[in-house]
Design a protein around this ligand. Structure first.
Ligand code: ADP
Length: 339
């Protein structure tokens, strides 16, 4: 069966007066890695738990593989949804060995063989006799992944599985998860509040705000064509500059751009990513560098242009001194426009 695997239609979930998920609709495509991205408390985990069946919606429907699994009068239990889940803290049983953890939900006769096979798949062959506390954090994650894969789910839900790891280990863990899950063709829904994580791992990102899904798009589209100013600012640095439309162009203090459909004498806001704003030292330039922050691979400049203060992000081998006069140029035509 092709097409969507998980589908939310107008799903709402309340906890008392808190609306954790607010009429959310979403289709997850077969075999994709979809990230639910948004600030802490916006409802991502609740959406994941609704998909898994650990929560029941107050309104709307949840479908898995074309069948309704949650609706006002329908509820299919988590263990009957064929969905695997890896939690933030891995949730391994401390008193069971690694192999027992992996085989836990399987028929007794299959346990040993299947656990061995799964541990080999996640690179832990030979460690089945250890206990979770005898493994590193990365190895524990692989055990959790193996356990979630044991019933051969077609869908895997990951709830910020790396949130407790330090940055270097995080990267390693991310690579492992994708190198293990991608080849299996498993559909993955991943919860994260880290935009770089979402950008680097996901085929598509569903941006979540206040329990609602505000945009679903591939990472590049989200970055360069955000649906609103909030999305734009959540997924990256930006300069927001006001402009006026005339003759098919938007005129702003930093130049004029194609209006891309904005019409009339509309007042608009133009968004420019800091890395698209180039600085050319020029004694007659209209702008001045008033701040400079070295970040290693690049440098962030604060640039004053009349009453505007702009941010420019340049490679660090391209040095512009503090106090220098500069001309501002735009790297290319990718300038989203908002009313
Ligand atoms: P996120 O995963 O984006 O951080 P959550 O889905 O965990 O957000 O939470 C969304 C909102 O619902 C928050 O305001 C949170 O406090 C609330 N919430 C989540 N789970 C519960 C619960 N079991 N009881 C009461 N409130 C909850």
């Amino acid at each position: 069966m092709d097409g969507q695997t998980i589908r939310l239609d107008g799903v709402t979930k309340r906890y008392g007066a808190t609306v954790a998920v607010d009429r959310a609709s979403l289709e997850v495509r077969r075999g994709e890695v979809l990230a639910l991205l948004g600030p802490s408390g916006c409802g991502k985990t609740t959406m994941l738990r609704l998909m898994a069946g650990f929560e029941r919606p107050d309104a709307g429907t949840v479908s898995v593989e074309g069948a309704v699994v949650a609706a006002p009068r329908v509820f299919v239990a988590p263990e009957r949804r064929n969905i695997g889940m890896v939690f933030q803290d891995y949730a391994l049983f401390p008193h069971l060995t690694v192999a027992e953890n992996v085989g836990f939900g399987l028929p007794r006769s299959e346990r040993a063989a299947r656990a061995g096979e799964l541990l080999t798949r996640v690179g832990l062959a030979g460690l089945g006799g250890r206990y979770p506390h005898e493994l590193s954090g990365g190895q524990q994650q692989r055990v959790a992944l193996a356990r979630a894969l044991a019933p051969e789910p077609s869908i895997m839900l990951l709830d910020e599985p790396w949130s407790n790891a330090d940055p270097l280990l995080r990267e390693e863990l991310r690579d492992e998860v994708t190198s293990i899950l991608r080849p299996l063709g498993v559909t993955v829904v991943l919860v994260t509040h880290d935009r770089e994580e979402a950008f680097s791992l996901a085929d598509r990102i569903a941006l979540v705000r206040d329990g609602a899904i505000v945009q679903v798009a591939p990472p590049e589209d989200l970055y360069y064509a955000p649906a609103c100013r909030w999305s734009a600012e959540f997924v990256g640095g930006c300069n927001v500059i006001s402009g006026a439309v005339s003759g098919g162009l938007v005129h702003t203090a930093v130049g004029s751009f194609p209006a891309n459909g904005a019409s009339g004498a509309d007042a608009v806001e133009v968004l420019i990513r800091p890395e698209l704003l180039e600085l050319a030292p020029d004694p007659a330039g209209a702008a001045e560098v008033v701040g400079r922050e070295f970040r290693g691979h690049d440098v962030f400049y604060r640039v004053r242009l009349a009453d505007l203060e702009l941010i420019s992000q340049r490679p660090s081998n391209e040095v512009v001194e503090l106090g220098a006069r500069v001309a501002i140029r735009l790297h290319d035509g990718r300038v989203p426009i908002f009313h």
